[in-house]
Every structure is written in structure tokens, then in C-alpha cells.
Design a protein around this ligand. Structure first.
Ligand code: DC
Length: 241
């Protein structure tokens, strides 16, 4: 039963290229909630592995390196910047090198265990949250009052990526990008721990024919219908930090 005293968590999961990060951040801003990008946390773990020359499939080694440093968000910025140690790593975690390494890193069970623990800790401190990733509604917050799964045709996701790369002045080959997307979907959805899947009871939204604004509008309507007055309540927990 939804109650103003329970954490107000909206989970958004789905494969790469569905616009999850932008959608989740925009939705959080519209609803007055905070925003958690869990992919950024896995990307920071991959960056840590690269910088410390730890093999990207050595989950134990990466989890030990994570335990020896701090990984925190700066909640004053929007979207929150990610600090590894004291360094803002936000500009580095989207590099091609990190993007290539992050799938195997995120398949390591020790790394996932550590991330799930940290994500729940974050939600305790920030209980009014839109969180996005691959396992947020299925594993990390299965009791969240609104669980969303975004999907889109892989060809549409490849076209979006090509447009992004070309806009940034890069040469992009659609066929090889489509293959990379299909490969990443396969790795993410077949791994043993926390695979990408539609959470039980999740609302599926196909974004293939929707632009960003239309997706956010759809989700905002859904959230206001489902969570109603709860959204306008400021709980004691959310103002105490
Ligand atoms: O959403 P993204 O591209 O920033 O995610 C980076 C990688 O991290 C991607 O390979 C999937 C993985 N990931 C995950 O396994 N679980 C999450 N909750 C979030 C991301």
C-alpha cells in the first residue's frame, strides 16, 4: 500500500539507447525528486579498474579497490556529479575505453553486490528518488511503487547513437553500432547476476516512435496517476540530510 511514509522510489530500467538517463533526470526534475544514475556507478568501477590496471573480469580485485576508495554523488549539482575518491570523474566515464570495459565489469558478482548495497544506502539517505539502470526494479528496489521498463527497437537505438556521434563530429557506421548494441544487450541480459530483464509488475514503454519530450510526458502522467498526492508531500526523511 502506498503511504507517504514509505520511500518514494521510481525505477526506470531498460537497455542502452532508450534514452533512460535523460528521461530519468528530466522526470526527476519535473516531479521534484532526486536522480540516481546507477550506470555511472558501474562506469566509475570500470574506470577504477582501467586506472589501477586491474583485469576487467577480476570482480574481487575491483570490489577491493572500490572498498578502498569513496564513490559518492555530489547531490548539489543536477544531474549529480560522481566523485571517485575526491575527483569528479563525470567527464571520463563516457569514454569509448570505459564503455567497452563496463559490460564485463558489471557482470562481476562481487562488483554487483557492492553496488546494490551502495544503491540501497543512497536510497535510505535520499528516499524520494528516480533511479535508472538495468536491475533497479527487478533486484535493487522490487517494492518501488512505480517500476518502468523502457524499450526500443535496436535499429532505432543504433540510429539515435549515430545521430549523437555525428552531432559531436565523429564518423559513425550504423551497421557496426547496431552489432555493438545487440552484443551489449546479449551480455547484459544473459549474465548470471542482475541480468537485464523486465521487472515483475513493471509498466513497459516502447520509445521507438517517441521523442524524449514525449517519453517524459508519458512517464509524468503515469507517475501522477499512480503516486498522486504522495508526490506533493515533503517527508521529514527527505529534508533531513
Ligand atoms: O546505462 P549505462 O550505459 O551508463 O550503463 C553502463 C553499463 O553498466 C552497461 O553495460 C550496463 C551496466 N549497468 C548494470 O549492469 N546495472 C545497472 N544498474 C546499471 C548499469
Amino acid at each position: 500500500m502506498n503511504s507517504p511514509t514509505n520511500p518514494l522510489i521510481i525505477t526506470i530500467d531498460g537497455p542502452a539507447g532508450t534514452g533512460k538517463s535523460s528521461v530519468a533526470h528530466m522526470l526527476a526534475v519535473r516531479l521534484g525528486l532526486e536522480f540516481l544514475d546507477t550506470g555511472a556507478m558501474y562506469r566509475a568501477a570500470a574506470l577504477l579498474a582501467i586506472e589501477h590496471s586491474i583485469p576487467i573480469d577480476d570482480g574481487e580485485g575491483i570490489a577491493a579497490a572500490l572498498a578502498a576508495t569513496t564513490l559518492v554523488f555530489d547531490w548539489k549539482s543536477s544531474p549529480p556529479k560522481l566523485l571517485l575518491g575526491r575527483r569528479d570523474v563525470t567527464p571520463f566515464i563516457r569514454s569509448a575505453e570505459v564503455t567497452e570495459a563496463v559490460s564485463p565489469v558489471s557482470a562481476c558478482s562481487d562488483v554487483r553486490r557492492e553496488m546494490v548495497r551502495r544503491q540501497r544506502e543512497i536510497a535510505n539517505a535520499h528516499p524520494r528518488l528516480v533511479t535508472e539502470g538495468r536491475d533497479q526494479g527487478s533486484v535493487v528496489f522490487p517494492d518501488a511503487p512505480l517500476r518502468i521498463y523502457l524499450e526500443a527497437d535496436p535499429r532505432v537505438r543504433a540510429q539515435r547513437r549515430v545521430a549523437q556521434l555525428r552531432a559531436a563530429g565523429h564518423v559513425a557506421d550504423e551497421a557496426s553500432i547496431l552489432r555493438a548494441i545487440q552484443h551489449r544487450d546479449h551480455v547484459d541480459s544473459t549474465r548470471a547476476v542482475g541480468p537485464l530483464r523486465v521487472p515483475d509488475g513493471a509498466t513497459r514503454v516502447d520509445t521507438s516512435n517517441l521523442d524524449l519530450e514525449a517519453v517524459v510526458n508519458t512517464l509524468e502522467i503515469l507517475a501522477r496517476e499512480r503516486l498522486g498526492p504522495w508526490l506533493s508531500i515533503t517527508t521529514t526523511a527527505s529534508v533531513q540530510r
